[in-house]
Write a protein that binds this ligand. Structure first.
Ligand SMILES: C[S@@+](CC[C@H](N)C(=O)[O-])C[C@H]1O[C@@H](n2cnc3c(N)ncnc32)[C@H](O)[C@@H]1O
Length: 296
């Protein structure tokens, strides 16, 4: 690939999605953008680069941006964060939210949906404890293509074999030929929305818990800082942020600090500790998808 073309794709991706692509990852451009070139009836990346420069077509730029995302995910990925959520975050929220009995959770780069659906199943397992509670799970991603898969809630045998307890497969999935489809009650607990983390986050409203896992790794430091500081403004004063195993706030922002003894879990530096404040402002803006998981 010509240096000019590489530089053009590199700065386009940085600007559109935050993705930082080093020169040694040029092969990723080749493998992921060839299908885009074919879709647009172009003969290769030279022509694709030329088309970006001349056409100024947003749909083409979107196709390129989406094709370059890494959508790797799995149910209950890394196990530990979901255990921490179940044994530490959720009980604290149930104690701290008795006044309004509402909890809002954001899966901030949800990919094909395994992360928010793992949370749905986990909450469903809590059963009677959540009777009378409204729990909203908002799941967002930049890629409309991966969101379509997430919304469908249909997974291959390989996908359900990774991280999903067999008991959950039996309880929450139905077999459809060689695929597995999540039951409507689990699917309906999640509201999906296309959303770019580089945008103003405020229209999403306030959250008690943010899962932002395995996406910051693709950004450079100033972008990580900007996204994390945006999230700090959305998090309830006693809320918590979960990051991926290779991610941290340390050296990136002082708006968050690690929760003692909870690796990968962060709270606001100037906050009220974790989920102990009984009353907080209600969410704003994006609340149409409010769902109750209460089973009565
Ligand atoms: C590796 S997946 C992580 C999925 C899930 N959080 C997990 O840990 O399994 C990263 C996701 O981030 C999304 N993504 C990348 N850049 C983004 C951005 N600027 N805004 C929103 N989502 C983005 C990608 O589309 C991809 O689905």
């Amino acid at each position: 690939m010509k240096a000019d073309d590489f530089n053009m794709f590199q700065s386009l991706l940085k600007q559109r999605s935050g993705l930082v692509l080093s020169r040694d990852k040029a092969y990723l451009l080749e493998s992921r953008l060839m299908p885009v070139a074919r879709k647009w009836s172009l003969r290769g990346l030279d022509e694709l680069a030329q088309a970006v420069r001349t056409k100024k077509d947003e749909r083409l730029v979107k196709d390129i941006t989406e094709a370059m995302t890494t959508n790797e995910s799995s149910f209950f990925r890394d196990t530990k964060p979901f255990e921490q959520f179940r044994t530490f975050t959720l009980p604290a929220l149930l104690k701290g939210r008795t006044a309004n009995r509402k909890i809002r959770i954001w899966s901030a780069a949800c990919s094909s949906g395994q992360e928010p659906y793992s949370l749905s199943m986990l909450l469903k397992e809590e059963g009677a404890k959540l009777s009378g509670w409204s729990i909203e799970i908002v799941a967002t991603d930049i890629s409309s293509e991966i969101l379509a898969k997430a919304k469908a809630g249909v997974y291959t045998q390989f996908e359900v074999q990774r991280g999903l307890p067999i008991t959950h497969l039996v309880k929450y999935f139905r077999q459809r030929s060689d695929k597995w489809e999540l039951t409507p009650d689990i699917r309906s607990m999640v509201t999906f929305r296309e959303f770019n983390l580089l945008e103003d986050l405020r229209p999403l409203g306030q959250f008690d818990v943010i899962f932002c896992r395995n996406v910051l790794i693709y950004f450079d430091q100033p972008t990580k800082t900007r996204v994390l500081e945006g999230m700090s403004r959305l998090l309830a004063s006693d809320g918590v942020l979960f990051l991926g195993g290779a991610e941290t706030v340390l050296g990136i922002t002082d708006k968050f600090k690690p929760v003692d003894g909870q690796r990968g879990v962060y709270q606001l530096s100037g906050g009220a500790g974790t989920a102990t404040t009984p009353v907080r402002p209600t969410s704003t803006g994006f609340s149409a998808g409010l769902r109750s998981v209460a089973t009565g």
